[in-house]
Design a protein around this ligand. Structure first.
Ligand SMILES: [Zn+2]
Length: 358
């Protein structure tokens, strides 16, 4: 262990992050290096700055635009198990720098399977989970960040079947839950309501029976009714984003009563266009002021070009106080997907890190 690792390991860590896409949180430097090494196409003339410019979203358009850089950089990683392990390890280092003690990082294993045209196709999705687990285990040892996985499917693709099987296979071995990210655009690139998907509903029901934890993206591009559906039809325990729940007082009150956890992401809420500029009161501020169960998260740092610290700073600029931020971290610890005993341990650890003795 080198001295800087040691310093990071011993840094007080009082943050818990629940909504962050590992496959959208790859260092620009790592991507550039991987693309160069493999001779893959880079934007412009292939300089590092041009890559960074192509990946970081500057202005909010919509969710589809926000996500488009995935098409540029996913091939640099796909099919390459060593790269995935490295990304998971570096992710832990970055989380340590942001004061994170526990993180649930999600990724879509299908995105990293690879194709024949690039690095080659992997034999099975489980190889990816094993590679990420290796990176997380090394990261925990070197940086003192505990990292677990939520496996993510893309709606309407049939991926959920594989994701459920992987969640069963790796339960207790690095994987703590599942998620569906919403691809809500048709071929002409206009936003469409996500249709109810019986296969996905059945998978969520099966997961519930098997004790597999569930979160679901909703109320970001879609409206409050999507949050209601996530809670009442999919029986999700947490909602990814969920800002637009405030558009319906009835649905908002019901979620508040049920103490549904909202995994909010300040910078991405702005850059995806989910919460337009000029919104009188950002839903995150409302959540904080009204004691809603929510957390603060960084979502996709490759695309936002920001860190979790920047997300806390942005939320503070909207009016969140120090106490709101502390509460958000305890909310996250209480709503995390760890087994009860480990969850209790995490909560005690948070108290210890902020020097509170009961
Ligand atoms: Zn997300």
């Amino acid at each position: 262990m080198n001295p800087s690792q040691n310093a990071l390991k011993n840094l007080p860590k009082s943050r818990v992050e629940l909504h962050v896409h590992l496959d959208g949180c790859v260092r620009h430097e790592t991507l550039w290096e991987l693309a160069k090494k493999k001779g893959l196409q880079l934007p412009g003339k292939g300089t590092f700055q041009e890559l960074r410019d192509a990946l970081v979203i500057k202005d909010p358009v919509d969710l589809k635009y926000f996500l488009h850089p995935f098409l540029i950089f996913t091939p640099y990683v796909a099919g390459d198990l060593d790269a995935m392990e490295r990304i998971a390890y570096e992710f832990c280092e970055d989380e340590a720098k942001n004061g994170v003690t526990y993180v649930e990082a999600r990724y879509c294993p299908h995105f990293w399977m690879g194709t024949e045209d690039y690095h080659g196709k992997l034999k099975e999705l489980g190889e990816i989970v094993n590679a990420v687990n290796r990176g997380f285990e090394r990261g925990e040892t070197d940086f003192g960040v505990k990292a677990k996985t939520i496996l993510c499917a893309l709606n309407g693709t049939g991926m959920i079947k594989d994701v459920l099987e992987l969640c069963k296979k790796f339960k207790g071995e690095g994987v703590v839950g599942m998620d569906i990210a919403m691809n809500a655009y048709d071929k002409s690139e206009t936003y469409v309501e996500v249709p109810l998907n019986p296969e996905e509903i059945a998978a969520y029901e099966e997961a519930r029976k098997c004790g597999i934890h569930r979160t679901l993206h909703a109320g970001e591009a879609g409206g409050a009714d999507m949050v209601q559906r996530a809670v009442e039809v999919y029986h999700t325990e947490r909602v990814g984003h969920g800002y637009r729940v405030v558009e319906s007082e009835a649905i908002y009150s019901s979620c508040k009563e049920k103490k549904i956890h909202f995994e909010t992401c300040p910078w991405s809420s702005y850059l995806t266009g989910a919460v337009p500029l000029g919104t009188r009161k950002h839903p995150i501020v409302r959540f904080a002021e009204e004691g809603v169960n929510f957390s603060l998260n960084s979502d996709d740092t490759t695309l936002t070009g920001r860190t979790l610290r920047d997300d806390y700073a942005l939320a503070a600029s909207w009016g969140l106080t120090e106490a709101h931020a502390i509460r958000a971290n305890f909310n996250a610890a209480h709503s995390c997907f760890l087994p009860d005993k480990e969850k209790d341990h995490l909560i005690q650890k948070l108290y210890k890190e902020i020097n509170i003795t009961a």
